[in-house]
Design a protein around this ligand. Sequence first.
Ligand code: GLY
Length: 586
Amino acid sequence: MEPRLKRFAFYGAVLAGSLLALASAPSRRADDPAIPPRVPANFTAGWRFPAGARASFASHAMVASDNRIASDVGVQIMKDGGNAVDAAVATGFALAVAYPEAGNLGGGGYMVIRMADGRVAAIDYRETAPLAATRDMYVGPDGKVTGESVIGPKASGVPGAVAGMLEAHRKFGVLPIAKVLAPAIRLASEGFVVDTAFFRSVSGAKYRIENYAGKIPFFANDSAPAIGSRFAQPALARTIGLIADSGAAVFYRGSIADSIAAEMQRAGGLITKADLARYRPIWRQPIRSSYRGYALIAMPPSSSGGTTVTEILNILEAYGPAAPFGSAEEIHAAASASQRAFVDRNSKLGDPAFVKAPVSELTSKAYARAIAKTISRDRADPTSGLASALREGTETTHYSVVDPMGNAVATTTTLNDLYGSGVYVRGAGFFLNDEMDDFTSKPGVPNMFGLIQGEANAIAPGKRMLSAMSPTIVLDPKGQLLLITGARGGPRIISATYQVILNVIDHRMSIADAMNAPRIHHQSRPDSIRVEPGGFEPSVIARLREMGHFVFEQGAVASAASIMRVKGGYEGVDDSRNRGGAALGF
Ligand code: GLY
């Protein structure tokens, strides 16, 4: 067929498919008995978010992300005939432009996909340790861990984001990649209007950015781009344009690889052209599990997210019916399940190419039943006593997408810290990650998230560092899409993800309440329950302390972005804990 005719036929088919889905979508969803009615939530008087808030509603398709401009890009792509994977990739590249604190080309991530025809897939585009990396590279001559895994050129793993997003598009996308990347190129070349959130974000990372090449675009006059000004990134526009023209090859073996390797050499980093040339994203079998009759589709290692969320939910299911939301009994059960699952996470999980991670055991119902029996009804157990009982053998961003056909994508991507290592690839216009800190720099020594990890996650050349990213899709008991969720926030990602799921399934909250509800976090060590300030009654905290839990209040527990199917369409929410995000749709 002549190319123009071919294109015409292609768009015709996409349009016809979309119209068909649009016509059938609302009636398919009306009065669906698989979505039990929502129950009003009650939050304690001191809690900062009111119960009963409204979510965004859309009849056909939706994107929920931490950046309104990026959500809008994803929505436009679907209006132009793209599917959820096209929209996720377009949103990902737009985040790299408009939300550079976490959106990225120089980082990595994970995508969980569930197509409306029932196919499921998970792609792992986590960074890898450079070939020159060594197990003790962050241990100084005094035996202490240096700060080099957190900031500066040695902190970066080999980026996977570009390869991963393009591979997801190759397999599932329906629009040409040039069309999918066009909005990000335009956004970078024409710029966007700087808002307060962007100004504050860049200003807050001055110490991280100003010693590297990003100083010129981000602190041209020693101050972050002014609120109300237009911020363009011509180098980044050129880079995304090259990717649109030549695919991921230009990033891993072409001129962008040259720029990354040159920046590493100048700054004293480890990533070489050989590292970039050998980088590959990996398709993996998603973890399939269930919680009280609902099905979960979650990310397997190299992320710990899906394994740990599944283990926690399985333990809670085995422990018994859920206690009322916000009660000491509910928090004790969730924290104790999380404490035990994190013991497993921190000691047993790592890159499956390097360690035999016991995922089937950790996610089995039988294992969960055995663990649930170790949780007493009214007494906390110290983490130190748990490891043997179990037969021991930041910044990130999440977005959720659903399209008019009912295809669903959950994506989490990260540079680790805000603006990653701070190292900016001059000429190419993006930051490199500081993901090496997610490895165990030294067993027994906490990383930037306070995680104390073990051998399974030790540094080795070419190895993927263990992640907590938890992009997750939940189906209702009839097998229909119910929820797309995930979060940012290091290990607290796991807590936010499983608690949004609990709130939707156990407490039948609306998605707005499920997202706004106060959260807790227990990562086994430190051996304590972190609770969001003001979120729980003082009597509940007192009762938890009586049980023997160490409870402390501190800041937000992660920030999620979720979409839930409701009668006649979808409701979506970007976390109120995050400023500048939006759930948008049509
Ligand atoms: N960098 C945070 C994580 O992947 O868990």
